[in-house]
Design a protein around this ligand. Structure first.
Ligand code: 6R9
Length: 635
């Protein structure tokens, strides 16, 4: 019998040791005993971090939706799979059973097929958090099409870049979306994006806000009439374990977004096994992750992980602040949520509006609290623990990435003693390493360095879509035979890990990864801008906010600065999305540069943090004089 469900600390250590000593035996047992395969593997694992190439369960055949849907029908067909909680609290929640979800997925899958989508085709899904989003994802998986979900807060340019990068044949969207008191014209954004995308032949449009939109004949189709006509039965495509399941874009420190490719078998096993343990999910629990399915957290821990375990998962369309900051607590009370998984940025925003709002709600159903997306600061950790968990629900601070597919370092609730701001111990099967500046692994405890992973795990991304060299260069070239995460971390005296943050030019704003380069590219498009540099600075709600240093061309000097600021932020919104807007914009006559011409962001970061005492030696710069000017005019 495998250890699918870890129940106490001794068991964790024992299973962890087994997973490290005999990884293949370990994962073979987990995969063999808890999942449905059409054919089992010929080989559990083959890997080479130099190429890099990783294959799990090679030769196996399966369909992930048979694991998420079909196999539950006999035992829990009438159990709620998804609870849909709409943006408007007065609109009734929808409870979708496993049977209903199965039928809806089959219908959608049949529509995809009738529209010419075949195994291996890419389908871009640009939808708000409505049931159609989960259904569309599963429908793609059902027929072996590769889904590429793009977060519906991205701009038309960002959407177009992602559609073109993977040559999507179809876009699934809606007439619009609700976001608190606002509506967003999603279809309009898609139309704009598609002016730049030749690969898209079909657009399926779900009706959500009943707005007037234009439909391009021969390309755009309303979804519902097609679904109404489609059969609710259908066989799942038989996939190879290493066939791509989805592409999900994540920001790099430079260049265009990286389309991380996840494959079928390993991702399924890893997302499901981590879900079960990191949240201690038990039958009857109601689990709620507040992320959007447009991010990896939503893929693994709203859709695939929960459904593969036959769980009930809540999908929330709205925002924490609408109609007021009590909304989350109201939802927890209403659906008797047992596991609640959110981000530090949301916790800080909620804390700002006071714990009093919580008092009028009954949160006694809660058993586990989760945090993900960025380091959780001590204050937020305690606020969450005291006010939401009432000091009796352990907080799982789960560290992981789009690239890792699932949770990598986390406490297991009721198993691992927690410690504020610490993600604590590696998950089963995960072998972290901390590296020093010389590229040597730091052994022992009480060390701090760059976080790498030494051995493959089933959920890891296999490549970057269309650019395997970039995959190798980004993740496998910094340290020999190791996956480099881009994060720094420390290991304390008992071996607990604390993630200290990114060590590259990725800035995490409200839990969203933003690369500095694409933002600077957007700013530099402004005709008055000569050059720009973006850094992060601490923000009490967002974690980090963006500070832009911008030098203007001569003709820009005479322009009104506040107008320029507005125009620049508008440009960023258009090119990337509102999440990338700058909180502070300082115009300067120069940016500090090294002799080789590299902008010294380290100095700019310190100035933005108002930490100018430790700037270090600036005399070796190409243009040391500009530093004082920047300090004098800092915002
Ligand atoms: C799942 C997700 C990945 C980056 C990662 C790290 C940061 C995520 C964290 C955390 C500290 C945690 N991060 N969880 N930092 N503690 N519990 O967020 O994926 O959007 O790809 O971001 O987020 O810096 O490298 P993704």
């Amino acid at each position: 019998m495998s250890n699918y469900h870890i129940k106490h600390l001794e068991e964790y250590y024992q299973v962890y040791r087994k997973s490290i000593r005999e990884p293949e035996n370990f994962w073979e047992e987990i995969a063999g005993e808890h999942f449905l395969w059409r054919k089992k593997w010929d080989n559990v694992l083959s890997w080479d971090f130099k190429k890099p190439e990783v294959k799990w369960f090679e030769g196996a055949k399966l369909n992930i939706t048979e694991n998420c849907l079909d196999r539950h029908l006999a035992t829990r067909g009438d159990k709620t799979a998804i609870i849909f909680e709409p943006n408007n609290p007065n609109e009734p929640a929808e409870h979708i059973t496993y049977w209903q979800l199965y039928k809806r997925v089959n219908k959608f899958a049949n529509v995809l097929k009738s529209q010419g989508i075949e195994k291996g085709d890419r389908v871009c899904i640009y939808l708000p958090m409505i049931p159609e989003l989960a259904v569309a994802v599963l429908a793609c998986a059902r027929i072996g099409a590769i889904h590429s979900v793009v977060f519906a807060g991205f701009s038309s340019t960002a959407l177009a870049t992602r559609i073109n990068d993977s040559n999507c044949k179809m876009v699934v969207t809606s007439d619009g979306s609700y976001r608190g008191a606002k509506t967003i014209d999603l279809k309009g954004i898609v139309d704009e994006a598609l002016e730049q995308c030749d690969s898209v032949k079909t657009v399926l449009v779900a009706k959500r806000i009943n707005s007037e939109i234009s439909m391009k004949s021969g390309r755009d189709y309303w979804l519902q009439p097609l679904l109404d006509e489609a059969s609710d039965e259908g066989k799942a495509e038989v996939m190879n374990a290493e066939d791509p399941l989805f592409i999900l874009y994540t920001s790099g420190s430079t260049g265009k977004p990286k389309g991380m490719v996840h494959t079928t078998g390993g991702y399924m096993v890893y997302s499901a096994y981590t879900f079960k343990n990191a949240f201690q999910y038990r039958d009857g629990d109601v689990y709620w992750c507040t992320a959007d399915i447009g991010w990896i957290t939503g893929h693994s821990y709203i859709v695939y992980g929960p459904l593969a375990n036959g769980a009930t998962t809540v999908m929330f369309e709205g925002v924490p602040s609408y109609p007021d900051f009590g909304r989350f607590w109201e939802i927890i009370q209403k659906h008797k949520v047992t596991q609640f998984y959110t981000a530090p940025t949301a916790i800080r925003a909620l804390a700002k509006h006071g714990a009093e709002l919580i008092e009028s709600f009954d949160l006694s159903s809660l058993k586990v609290l989760g945090s993900v997306g960025e380091p959780i600061n001590e204050e937020a950790w305690h606020w969450y623990n005291d006010n939401v968990g009432k000091r009796k629900s352990p907080i799982v601070d789960t560290w992981w990435q789009t690239e890792t597919g699932g949770i990598m370092i986390t406490p297991i609730p009721y198993v691992t003693p927690t410690k504020p701001t610490y993600a604590t111990l590696p998950f089963i099967g995960i072998q972290p390493a901390l590296m020093d500046e010389k590229g040597e692994e730091l052994k022992g405890n009480q060390v701090e360095g760059r976080l790498c992973i030494k051995f493959p795990w089933p959920g890891m991304a296999r490549t970057i879509w269309g650019n395997h060299d970039r995959y190798r260069d980004t993740y496998f070239s910094a340290y020999e035979d190791k996956y480099f995460t881009g994060d720094g971390a420390l290991r304390d005296e008992v071996g607990y890990y604390r993630i200290t943050g990114r060590v590259d030019d990725v800035i995490i704003v409200s839990g969203h990864n933003l690369g500095t380069a694409p933002i600077e590219d957007a700013i530099n498009e402004h005709p008055a801008v000569a050059e720009s540099a973006i850094v992060g600075f601490p923000h009490d709600v967002k974690g980090n906010a963006l500070y832009g240093y911008i030098t203007l061309k001569d003709e820009g000097e005479s322009r009104d600065q506040n107008n320029l600021r507005k125009e620049i932020n508008h440009l960023i919104s258009e090119r990337i999305g509102p999440i990338a807007k700058l909180d502070k914009i300082q115009f300067t006559t120069g940016l500090p540069k090294t002799r080789s011409g590299k902008i010294m962001r380290r100095i700019l970061r310190k100035i933005a943090e108002k930490n100018t005492d430790s700037l270090g030696d600036t005399s070796t710069l190409l243009n040391p004089d500009c530093v004082q000017e920047i300090i004098d005019n800092a915002l």
